[in-house]
Design a protein around this ligand. Structure first.
Ligand code: AMP
Length: 461
């Protein structure tokens, strides 16, 4: 049985970086990381065509952190340029997170505030500078930045940099920094002007690209349902099959376990046994190929799959894609739904989300530059009560998301520290009450909060 090797371990990064990657919650490298990291480690110049949301920042940061390795001397060895202050701050934050177990020093240089603190940080010694070209050049011309040790230069969002008129500054920077260096250029789009500049900037670059569809095909109708828990997702799925709303369908899940659960719930009861298959990394390569062939030939109507297993499947005429879970690698949303509506066939993508998945769908909506229409849960669908453990796991996830966005947020999730309250809540739940919430601030995820209609709850079957 063949397992797909797709982990960060394969890149042979050092332990400090691997630990930081684990802390960041990354388990599987995104496609751009998969392609960029080895090339950059080998010293190639890289031209990356990738948008925000693809994991491109870590794709270039991880190998350069591996190369710059530890604090050394006073002068910077790596320069990262980005067009806006916000992006510079965001990249600097990512450096902080990924380099947290190293002693590497990094500083963000951007305009809009006095340069004093930035200059002091440079003078104290720095390994990596993340800057807008304008502010960098100002400080360089004042004599505040020594550039003779620069060995790596990265341009992020080069297309935007050009649109914003930064090219003269970039050219001046290229004139003053050492010519013997490694260069990486990332751009969301690749118009001719970026292509021309890439010839100037990069030496024998390797081009890596992740699928350019930022906007989802117009032939795909998208909608989503917010639900309180996983069982309700299954209930809606059953409903959609029973009412004949969906036919030839791929159902994507976040993990192998969930894929198996969905498969078991539908098999026989909702979809005839022979017409549904599940594919994930635990299924042998042959089983996966057989299932896909059967699906392609219409013998199988429903495929339940994880993203890893489904990568690279080229199947036409799928009428529906169900995102049973919101993908955590946001680019996968575009990949997943791209499987329906191909070649001008109208297709539909339906996404189910629990409260913690709101966080991710918002990021996806930003990437696809549209809001996915939300629908109320159909009245005939039973809204299942949320099991205690699932509720706790969701609350914890939401807390972690808030902490990620706001480092000062202390967390409203006290259950762990308060085993008595947790035990009392468990008792209340097992005695028949649904939802539940031990803290007066409402740590429960109630249907009301997420806008379910009363009629659903009344219509339990
Ligand atoms: P970027 O495209 O660099 O702006 O990254 C988009 C988001 O994906 C950021 O929130 C990253 O923290 C996250 N991210 C990057 N790499 C991974 C990964 N391998 N797995 C999960 N999330 C990731």
């Amino acid at each position: 049985m063949e397992e797909i090797e797709n982990t960060f371990e394969q890149f042979e990064l050092n332990r400090q970086l691997l630990n930081a990657i684990a802390d960041a919650g990354y388990t599987i490298p995104t496609p751009i990381q998969q392609k960029t990291i080895p090339l950059t480690l080998q010293g190639h110049d890289v031209l990356g065509i990738a948008q925000t949301g693809t994991g491109k920042t870590a794709a270039y940061l991880l190998p350069i952190l591996m190369k710059v390795k530890y604090a050394q001397g006073k002068l910077p060895r790596c320069l990262v340029f980005a067009p806006t202050r916000e992006l510079v701050i965001q990249i600097d934050k990512a450096v902080g997170e990924l380099a947290k177990y190293t002693d590497l020093r990094h500083v963000a240089l951007y305009g809009g505030l006095g340069p004093k603190t930035q200059i002091e940080a440079i003078q104290a010694g720095v390994d990596i500078i993340i800057a807008t070209p304008g502010r960098f050049m100002d400080l360089y011309l004042r004599g505040d930045i020594g550039v003779k040790d620069i060995k790596i230069m990265i341009l992020d969002e080069a297309d935007k940099m050009m649109d914003m008129g930064f090219m003269p500054q970039i050219r001046s920077i290229l004139e003053v920094i050492p010519t013997k260096r490694q260069n990486l250029l990332f751009s969301a789009t690749f118009p001719e002007k970026v292509e021309r500049f890439s010839y100037e900037f990069l030496e024998f670059p390797t081009r890596v690209e992740v699928s350019p569809q930022a906007t989802t095909a117009e032939t795909i109708k998208q909608r989503m349902f917010t639900v309180p828990n996983m069982q309700t997702k299954i209930n809606i799925l059953e409903y959609l099959f029973k009412t004949g709303e969906i036919q030839k369908t791929i159902i994507f899940t976040r993990s192998k376990d969930i894929a198996d659960k969905v498969f078991e719930a539908l098999k026989g009861a909702v979809v005839p046994k022979g017409e549904i298959r599940v594919i994930h990394a635990n299924k042998g390569q042959n089983t996966r190929i057989n299932s896909m062939d059967a699906f392609r030939e219409d013998a199988v109507k429903v495929l339940v799959a994880t993203d890893v297993a489904a990568r690279g499947i080229d199947i036409e005429h799928v009428t529906h894609v169900i995102n049973f879970d919101v993908p955590l690698i946001y680019e996968d949303y575009v990949h997943r739904i791209g499987r329906t509506g191909r070649a001008n066939n109208v297709g539909e993508a339906i996404t189910f989300l629990t409260p913690p998945e709101e966080y991710h769908i918002k990021k996806i909506e930003k990437i696809i530059r549209m809001e996915i229409p939300r629908e109320l849960i159909p009245i005939d669908v039973t809204i299942a009560p949320t099991p205690f453990d699932e509720n706790q796991a969701m609350l914890l996830e939401i807390d972690n998301q808030r902490k990620k966005e706001d480092p000062n947020f202390k967390g409203a999730f006290h259950e762990k520290k308060n085993p008595r309250a947790a035990a009392a809540k468990k008792k209340a739940l097992t005695s028949g009450k649904s939802g539940g919430g031990s803290s007066p601030k409402s740590s429960s995820i109630s249907g009301k909060k997420y806008g379910f209609s009363k009629s659903n709850k009344a219509s339990k079957r």
